[in-house]
Design a protein around this ligand. Structure first.
Ligand SMILES: [Zn+2]
Length: 242
């Protein structure tokens, strides 16, 4: 036969496990978001690098193409100018002159575009250098942070598993009636079926317990429930820090 005093001592062990379990669960719940933030910072750097690299490559390709075209057109202009001296017929001369002008205009436009490309390249190359520097300085630390978070998560999952195991070993020590009561309240509350009384405040729902009742709870010799949240109230000093 388990006495009420014994039940309460086991309930104290159980609520302390429940507190630790809840703390671990809270950390574990936040871990994916924390890892996600680090991940998105890394991928933002990587995509900035990729974007600027692609832009520089595209500008270089366009520049190369334009330079080739300008060279070809200039050769063409030189040829046509040479031919021009041999043309006697006025109409034909005018047509050739017109072709040359057309080509010269194109070359002007292309050379202007080349200048714009050069300016854009300066900006893009500078951005690329900056992002390269940023990656060199920060990416390693971010990867390390991610690794630590993942390690911490794995460790906490193991701790959580152990806590649940330890708790499952304490539970059968309770009297059947109190164990069923505990399970029912825990089911309803989600965190624990028990709460500590600190001063005269229930730590489960933070409501105040009348002084006479608080006095009875502190004796830890009978099963008393919080009138507000329904958790079994027990009394113990200083919650373990975790
Ligand atoms: Zn309460």
């Amino acid at each position: 036969m388990v006495s009420a005093e014994e039940d309460i001592q086991y309930l104290i062990l159980i609520v302390r496990k429940d507190e630790e379990i809840q703390n671990k669960k809270k950390f574990l719940k936040n871990a994916p978001a924390r890892i996600g933030r680090v991940d998105s910072e890394i991928s933002r750097m990587d995509s900035q690098f990729a974007e600027n690299s692609a832009a520089v490559a595209a500008l270089e390709a366009e520049n190369r193409k334009l330079l080739g075209k300008v060279k070809e057109q200039n050769e063409n202009i030189t040829k046509k100018k040479a031919l021009l001296t041999q043309i006697r017929e006025n109409k034909e001369y005018k047509a050739m002159k017109h072709e040359i002008e057309f080509l010269e205009n194109q070359v002007d436009e292309e050379e202007e575009r080349i200048l714009v490309i050069m300016d854009q390249m300066v900006v893009r190359v500078k951005d690329l250098e900056e992002i390269k520097k940023k990656i060199a300085n920060e990416k390693g630390a971010l990867l390390e942070e991610k690794r630590k978070l993942e390690e911490e998560t794995a460790r906490d999952m193991e701790i959580l598993r152990k806590l649940e195991e330890e708790k499952s070993k304490i539970l059968p020590n309770l009297s059947g009636r109190v164990q069923r009561l505990y399970e029912r309240i825990k089911e309803a509350k989600g965190d624990s079926g028990v709460a500590n009384l600190t001063g005269d405040v229930c730590q489960g729902c933070h409501s105040r317990v009348p002084p006479q009742k608080a006095h009875e709870i502190r004796r830890n010799d009978s099963i008393i429930m919080c009138e507000v949240c329904g958790r079994i109230l027990v009394f113990y000093e200083d919650a373990p820090s975790s």
